[in-house]
Design a protein around this ligand. Structure first.
Ligand SMILES: Cc1cc2nc3c(=O)[nH]c(=O)nc-3n(C[C@H](O)[C@H](O)[C@H](O)COP(=O)(O)OP(=O)(O)OC[C@H]3O[C@@H](n4cnc5c(N)ncnc54)[C@H](O)[C@@H]3O)c2cc1C
Length: 477
């Protein structure tokens, strides 16, 4: 038997990146000896679900996209597709706070593109001047090429240049900040909204691109943004932890080692790596770094200083999620939607609010509401220095104004995610390309992270597939 067909593979980091890579590798190289070294006492990283009394609470991600199809395909491979569910049909849609009131997002508006005109003209989110400026977008010339490789700009620049400042401040910024907890004046257009930048380049304007897509029926789902678009997402009946648990169940028991932080990695003279843990060292043929960029930067310091420096430059924002379980009767002005986002101009502390029990079945008992409120992010990191009680109080105060929340919650908890949201700043694609070029000559080392090619669960699983294929390719010749 060719010994290379049974390589010893060490994966550092037991978050979704590490677990999904192990699962894919196991299928491609059934004889490989794979082990995952995870620093903390549990796998899953920023994905976790907890039962709080009779509420089922996702601490981080609560659903994933079916496009790219990698996540849904993985669920099929793992045999857990029957545990998936779509968001509930009632109350679909998001709202935006406008002068203290919750206003529905115009029908057909998706991220930064209006696929229907009339709802844009009727929305109270924009003033008459704002609407005229939005309509002029069709005639704004396309951006001149800068000559820089990926020709990047910030989301703030793109939207204010094409659709005006009001559209940016009142609609696009809060929606984007809600996803990336980022500063939209630094967030890369190419890395986060690449297809929309391409539409400008191809058609000259988003209005013309939308008209062309309408003719070919491409926007049929987007045009129904408060309804059909939500069918493109899936959640687990038992919370996102089910994805992690099914990956764990898929791997042989001896694969996963928790409380096992990797301290140092050193290439061996005859190929492969030495991996130093706190008290012992391991030898492996292949090493996969599935750690956050700051950790990978430290581990690579002596092995690839160029990649380490570039990885170290990737910033990450922190966020706190306040979880509240309340009785329906405590909400005097029900929002009747899946959640809302808050523009900075509203001078509120809340970034975004999600009604988990409106989105998914089985999250709260009858007549109870499970709320998840996001605080902090790149724009208000100072709020996270407060105690948990202080953060809960400020959220209760603002929810009292916005949805008429009164009384004490049955359940209240703060989940803090420090430096968990990698920031895809302008120039991100160039930086990632340089990191990949720098790492390429380093033998038998591969990296995967949500800081590279997409933060979402679905793009991350696509990356895991690619990483596994790259490694397996070396042994299948
Ligand atoms: C609050 C929040 C909400 C989100 N919501 C959604 C959502 O709704 N839908 C969606 O698609 N995506 C969502 N995401 C994104 C998605 O959940 C993450 O991008 C993804 O789970 C990251 O996985 P990862 O394995 O790359 O990183 P991590 O989860 O950070 O895992 C890295 C692991 O490496 C370990 N580690 C670190 N250092 C070492 C070391 N020296 N040795 C060994 N192990 C080490 C860590 O302990 C950790 O377990 C959300 C993210 C956050 C933070």
């Amino acid at each position: 038997m060719n010994p290379q067909a049974s390589p010893k593979i060490c994966i550092v980091g037991g978050g979704l990146s590490g677990l999904a890579t192990a699962s894919k590798l196991q299928r491609l190289l059934p004889n490989a000896a794979i082990e995952i070294r995870e620093a903390t006492h549990r796998v899953g990283g920023v994905i976790h679900t907890e039962r709080l009394g009779s509420y089922l609470v996702d601490h981080g991600a609560d659903m994933f996209a079916t496009n790219p199809p990698a996540a849904i395909q993985l669920c099929e491979e793992l045999g857990v597709s029957n545990q998936l569910m779509q968001p509930l049909a009632e109350d679909r849609g998001a709202k935006i706070v406008c002068q203290g009131r919750l206003v529905p997002l115009p029908e057909g508006f998706v991220l930064m593109r209006a696929t229907q005109l009339m709802p844009m003209l009727r929305t109270p989110l924009l003033s008459v001047t704002g609407k005229v400026r939005f309509l002029v977008e069709r005639w704004i010339p396309r951006r001149r090429k800068t000559g820089i490789q990926h020709d990047d700009e910030s989301i703030g620049e793109f939207v204010s240049r094409r659709m005006g400042r009001e559209m940016l401040d009142r609609i696009v910024a809060p929606l984007t900040a809600g996803i990336y907890t980022a500063d939209i004046n630094r967030l890369s257009m190419r890395a986060t909204m690449g297809p929309i930048a391409e539409m400008e380049a191809k058609y000259g304007s988003l209005a013309k691109a939308t008209a062309a897509r309408r003719r070919t029926g491409q926007d049929s789902v987007e045009r129904n943004s408060t309804g059909a678009r939500y069918s493109q997402f899936r959640a687990f009946q038992g919370g996102m932890i089910q994805l992690i648990q099914s990956l764990v169940d898929d791997l042989p028991a001896e694969t996963i080692h928790t409380d096992s932080p990797v301290q140092k990695i050193t290439p061996r003279k005859n190929g492969g790596w030495q991996v130093d843990l706190t008290k012992k060292s391991l030898l492996c043929d292949e090493l996969v770094l599935a750690t956050p960029p700051q950790v990978s930067a430290e581990l690579l310091q002596d092995q690839c200083a160029v990649a380490a420096k570039l990885l170290g430059e990737i910033e990450a924002s922190s966020v706190a999620i306040v979880i509240l379980g309340v009785d329906q009767s405590q909400i005097k002005k029900p929002a009747n939607c899946f959640g809302f986002v808050v523009p900075l101009q509203e001078n509120k502390k809340i970034l975004a609010c999600s009604f988990a029990s409106a989105k998914f079945a089985e999250r709260a008992p009858m007549n109870k509401v499970l709320i998840r409120v996001f605080v902090g992010g790149a724009m208000q990191p100072e709020l996270l220095t407060g105690t948990d009680q202080a953060i809960i109080s400020l959220v209760q105060e603002e929810l009292a104004q916005l949805i008429g929340l009164g009384g004490e919650p049955e359940v209240a908890k703060v989940v803090r995610w420090n430096n968990a949201m990698p920031q895809y700043h302008v120039g991100h694609l160039d930086r990632i390309e340089k990191i990949e070029q720098a790492i390429e000559p380093v033998q038998h080392l591969t990296m995967i992270s949500n800081a590279f090619h997409g933060v979402g669960i679905a793009p991350l699983i696509s990356q895991a597939e690619k990483v596994a294929k790259t490694i397996a390719g070396r042994y299948q010749k």
